[in-house]
Write a protein that binds this ligand. Structure first.
Ligand SMILES: Nc1nc2c(ncn2[C@@H]2O[C@H](COP(=O)(O)OP(=O)(O)OP(=O)(O)O)[C@@H](O)[C@H]2O)c(=O)[nH]1
Ligand SMILES: *[C@@H]1O[C@H](CO)[C@@H](O)[C@H](O)[C@H]1NC(C)=O
Ligand SMILES: *[C@@H]1O[C@H](CO)[C@@H](O)[C@H](O)[C@H]1NC(C)=O
Ligand SMILES: [Mg+2]
Length: 465
């Protein structure tokens, strides 16, 4: 007996040594791998310094800040001479820390007074129907859109439960689920359990989703390695790039969405904190607004260093200047005080954008010539694959340039959460969030663009809330 247990002990010691050695070998192999990664040859225009300085290069015209008119209005719109300049309309000054404090104050002030519902339309005319008469309710031309995978069935289910409780249970707008693969029967059955509103399950035509064939895979690979080395999430995930491109430019061309004008986008695992007692789509229709958001924040500059320079290049070609709306949200787009490095690394774009995991909009705006022609240009430039342009900054830049800023609406009254940011209104119909909190992590408060949206794009706010 004793002999055997001694032998056992010896054996397990040997096993231990083998395990330790094995781990050592794995560690060395991994170290070697990462060391090699760091030695990758970026000689083909892909070294990091070149990426972040890209906008200074050939083809991107530096601003000629001497043009008359630019200083006063902050923009010049002439053929071949389209320029924008941040003119600091509220004369803010000081370090980025001081600016952040000031902007945070502007944001917090917004939440001090209780709000109810928008005042720029007679909300009584768009109340929910009597539940008994829901089937004969005359809905607006609208659908709820969710791009999801079969594997996200639980997350989207949780979102829909909250969404139904907050809004759609009272209105029963149809859902359109979209996917780059066929939806499973299990997925469909689960969704039908959460709502009895009509549902369509759509597989996206490949040409709207797949990476275009003109993308140079070698260039893409080295650019994305560079981004990944800067810890940019999803840089190396091809499907994420397809998703961003799809939502930027193609979602409104999905055949099953042609019959709709308005959409409300939802995502897995988001929360709705407010009881919404008016028809949001009819509110957009009644006010002629083209887009609504809840959260508005800075982006990771490394993901879009050439988006703005490429856009300026486009606006300076042919007569493309004519698409720009003179009442666009330019100053918000160009702000350079709270996070000046972001603006510097993107050739003059604040990186402020509407967080698109929540969006309510008019697809006819995106389908229109102004937005669509610009998107085609962006797409041809390859930036969805050579960088990691998100659909949120692309939608936002398009809106800021081609829409009247008074037609872009902050749904202040809708409590909303997508990790880690939220909109939590001071209203009687909102529960379970802390009023005026921007993020569940305090250190992320510097990512909030609301201060500059309020100051630069919301004149006449009293009339709305
Ligand atoms: N069908 C399908 N849906 C996708 C794919 N990639 C992303 N999505 C959906 O597109 C939306 C955005 O993707 P997310 O992964 O949430 O991206 P994100 O919001 O930037 O990142 P997170 O902060 O991780 O949520 C979600 O509704 C996803 O379900 C994909 O490859 N196929
Ligand atoms: C640069 O790219 C070209 C074309 O993709 C390729 O032929 C060439 O070998 C590359 N040069 C280096 C140094 O990687
Ligand atoms: C809904 O809107 C779409 C896009 O504008 C349009 O093509 C369609 O005819 C509209 N449907 C109705 C019933 O008005
Ligand atoms: Mg998400």
């Amino acid at each position: 007996m004793l002999m055997i247990s001694a032998l056992n002990l010896k054996l397990s010691k040997i096993a231990l040594v083998i395990i330790v050695l094995f781990n050592l070998v794995v560690a060395i192999v991994l170290m070697e791998y990462f060391w090699n990664l760091s030695k990758i040859d970026y000689s083909n225009t892909t070294n990091w310094k070149e990426i972040s300085g890209y906008f200074n290069k050939e083809g991107y015209k530096p601003a000629k800040i001497s043009t008359p008119g630019l200083e006063g209005s902050g923009y010049v719109l002439e053929p071949g001479n389209v320029q924008f300049k941040f003119i600091n309309p509220k004369a803010k000054s000081g370090s980025p820390e001081k600016i952040l404090q000031d902007n945070d104050y502007v944001y917090q002030e917004m939440f001090k007074n209780k709000i109810t519902e928008p005042k720029d339309m007679d909300i009584e005319t768009i109340r929910p129907p009597d539940p008994e008469k829901i089937n004969s309710y005359q809905r607006a031309n609208a659908t709820i859109i969710a791009l999801v995978r079969n594997s996200e069935v639980s997350g989207i289910g949780r979102s829909i439960q909250k969404f139904e409780k907050s809004f759609n249970g009272k209105f029963k707008y149809p859902y359109t689920f979209i996917n780059d693969a066929p939806f499973s029967d299990k997925f469909k059955a689960k969704m039908r359990k959460f709502s009895d509103a009509p549902m369509e399950f759509v597989e996206i035509p490949r040409q709207l989703w797949d990476k275009p064939s003109f993308i140079d895979s070698e260039k893409e690979k080295s650019m994305m390695l560079a981004l990944a080395r800067h810890n940019v999430a999803y840089a190396m995930k091809p499907s994420y790039h397809n998703m961003c491109r799809f939502y930027s430019g193609n979602f409104y061309n999905v055949p099953e969405l042609q019959k709709y004008k308005y959409y409300w986008r939802i995502e897995p695992d988001v929360k709705f904190y407010s009881d919404i007692r008016y028809d949001i789509f009819k509110y957009l229709q009644g006010t002629g607004k083209v887009y609504g958001f809840t959260v508005n924040l800075y982006d990771i500059d490394e993901t879009l260093t050439t988006l703005w320079p490429e856009t300026l290049k486009y606006l300076n070609e042919d007569d493309n200047f004519k698409y720009v709306n003179e009442n666009g949200a330019f100053q918000w787009l160009l702000e350079n005080q709270q996070n000046p490095k972001k603006n510097a690394n993107t050739g003059g774009y604040s990186t402020c954008h509407f967080w698109s995991n929540f969006e309510i909009g008019d697809m006819d705006f995106f389908r229109g010539e102004a937005y669509n022609k610009w998107f085609q240009h962006l797409d041809q430039s390859g930036g969805f694959y050579y960088e990691r342009w998100g659909d949120a900054p692309v939608h936002s830049m398009g809106l800021a340039l081609f829409a009247d800023k008074s037609k872009i609406h902050w749904f202040r009254d809708i409590g909303y959460f997508h990790d880690p940011y939220l909109n939590c209104p001071n209203s009687d119909s909102t529960k379970n969030c802390k009023i005026g909190t921007f993020s569940r992590w305090k250190h992320l408060n510097d990512q909030n663009c609301m201060g500059s949206w309020i100051d630069y794009s919301m004149e006449g706010m009293e009339k709305v809330y």
